[in-house]
Write a protein that binds this ligand. Structure first.
Ligand code: 3UK
Length: 527
């Protein structure tokens, strides 16, 4: 095989994927489309913005890669991206990879404190951010003891990557790499402790695209992809970037918050064929459709991930729209979905079957596989697992066990091979598909002068979707009441990412604890 090639043998199931010895993944995802005659085809359409062809995409990727190198960013360096959905995200992400630099897309809903940690932890050489996020990114760069070589806006006034790209060369040879080499990072959070840098290799995006997008969704170059989940989530990154680029399809972007009405407007305007959402959004879309009748007929399939899809929500969605919805579970560490329902093979309440190419098993505390129908820890094997958590050998060893990934999810598998989710084995919550650590909200609450202790647990709302509930011990029980609730709500919202606040408050006399003083959150859960 010549350099930078990947070959897929689909005559066998699961398809066999092999890589050339020299392999930079930017070539098959970006440059290949020019060789295959897609230069004029529109790759990216942005609501309220323009269209970008595959030829323009390839040129801007080269310019971005050159601009980063010209600015003194070296091979292997990390560049943090707090970048909104749109073409610039593609340019920076792929330009970095083509130049051998590691892009690290970050959740754009985070706060300065979170970014300061990530700048320091990754020892980032560069920080590139959309103007919309300046208020959190700029103080983070100030606060961090580690100073990136460059801090650049994507566009607008002042020093921007766009200006550097304009004067950079439009030609860039891919930096030689290997399929197993570090390619990009994402950050993942845990119950306690700080977020962990998840290191992915060049091959991983090929594996997820081929195994899930082609294997399960049957994606082709005629598809048009629209993901309500943003590009900085592993879910969105696959949905709207790697999957369409893998087959030469088209992606649609809406740069703002994905409200139900905004999603409906985008679907009516751009006619996507695949829509990727999360249960919380689907529930809100159904609510909005009580008063409106959006035309969703372009969509041939929608996917649900990030949190479990309640069977009732699935039923109401299919009754109302007739569009098949596939629940599937993925993780940042495995990069995308590894258990999924399939078109024509859906069991309500199940996360689905193992995606061909992965292996799944349920084990007990000793690591022994349990019989069908019994609950245990979900373990996954496959070719897109993280290489390691950056500078965290303990967590890496906990997660990767003899080539299997310990997901932290509790599951059972039925006689037909469908996997059913029974919750997390830690106290982490998924709220609207996004990680929420109970400890982080608890710590914030305890910062309030009237709060002595706090515990956060997940509680299902009337749509069976998990939201945070607070149990609070006050210094002075007499302060309890609606006024204090409002104050604590504001306190959380002002210091934490916007989605990390309790939806219910309970003032209690004490919290259940172990002999060693650890809060027993499971005793507070009502479901
Ligand atoms: C939970 C689910 C039940 C589960 C993700 C699609 O969510 C993604 O990645 P994260 O790292 O979170 C992973 C955790 O989220 N989860 C995700 N999907 C489901 N639980 N049913 C589901 N369908 O606890 C898992 O361990 O944020 C989703 C594709 C790529 C992803 N990274």
């Amino acid at each position: 095989m010549s350099d930078n090639m990947v070959s897929v043998d689909s005559s066998v199931s699961p398809a066999e994927i092999s890589f050339s010895d020299v392999f930079n993944v930017a070539v098959p995802f970006i440059d290949r489309h020019l060789d295959e005659g897609r230069g004029e085809k529109i790759a990216i359409r942005v609501h309220g913005g323009g269209d970008v062809s595959y030829a323009t995409l390839a040129e801007h990727v080269n310019r971005a890669g050159n601009a980063l190198s010209d600015l003194g960013i070296n091979k292997g360096d990390r560049v943090l991206m707090m970048v909104k959905d749109g073409a610039e995200f593609f340019y920076i992400f792929w330009g970095a990879i083509k130049a051998g630099i590691l892009p690290v897309p970050l959740n754009t809903l985070l706060r300065a404190k979170d970014y300061a940690f990530m700048i320091e932890n990754s020892e980032a050489s560069g920080v590139i951010y959309s103007p919309e996020f300046a208020a959190e990114v700029e103080p983070a760069v100030e606060q961090s003891p580690h100073k990136p070589k460059i801090t650049l806006l994507t566009e607008g006034e002042g020093e921007t990557i766009a200006k550097h790209m304009a004067s950079a060369s439009p030609d860039l040879a891919p930096v030689p790499a290997k399929a197993e080499d570090d390619c990009f990072w994402l950050y993942s959070s845990g119950t306690t402790g700080s977020p962990k840098g998840v290191v992915h290799a060049h091959k991983d995006m090929v594996v997820t695209s081929q195994q899930y997008a082609v294997g399960v969704l049957g994606i082709t170059e005629d598809d048009i992809c629209f993901s309500a989940a943003k590009l900085f989530f592993a879910y969105g990154l696959g949905n709207a970037m790697t999957f369409p680029l893998w087959v030469g399809a088209q992606a649609i972007f809406y740069p703002g918050p994905p409200s139900p009405d905004a999603c409906h407007e985008v679907i009516e305007k751009f006619n996507p064929t695949i829509f990727y959402g999360v249960p919380t959004l689907y529930a809100a879309q159904l609510k909005s459709m009580e008063n409106s009748e959006p035309d969703l007929s372009s969509v041939r399939v929608c996917t649900s991930a990030g949190e479990a899809l309640p069977p009732d929500l699935l039923k109401r969605w299919t009754d109302k729209t007739g569009i098949p919805m596939l629940d599937g579970i993925g993780t940042t560490e495995i990069l995308h979905i590894f258990l999924s329902n399939q078109i024509g093979k859906v069991k309500p309440g199940a996360s689905g079957l193992v995606v061909p190419g992965y292996e799944g098993k349920i084990v007990d505390e000793e690591g022994q596989e349990v019989p069908t129908g019994e609950t245990g820890a979900l373990m996954i094997k496959g070719n897109s697992l993280l290489k390691l958590y950056w500078r965290n050998p303990e967590k890496t060893a906990e997660a990767l066990r003899d080539g299997w990934m310990y997901t932290g999810d509790t599951y059972y598998v039925d006689e037909d091979g469908f996997f059913f989710c029974c919750g997390r084995s830690d106290d982490m919550l998924k709220v609207g598909g996004i990680w929420v650590s109970p400890v982080e909200i608890e710590n914030k609450l305890v910062e309030h002068p009237k709060v002595l202790e706090a515990a956060i647990v997940g509680r299902e709302d009337d749509e069976q979707l998990t939201k945070p509930e607070a149990f609070i011990v006050l210094n002075d029980a007499g302060d309890a009441g609606e006024e204090l609730e409002a104050e604590l709500l504001e306190h959380c919202k002002s210091g934490l990412a916007r989605y990390k606040y309790p939806r219910w408050f309970n003032f209690v006399d004490d919290l259940p604890k172990t002999a060693t003083g650890k809060i027993q959150r499971f005793k507070l859960r009502s479901n």
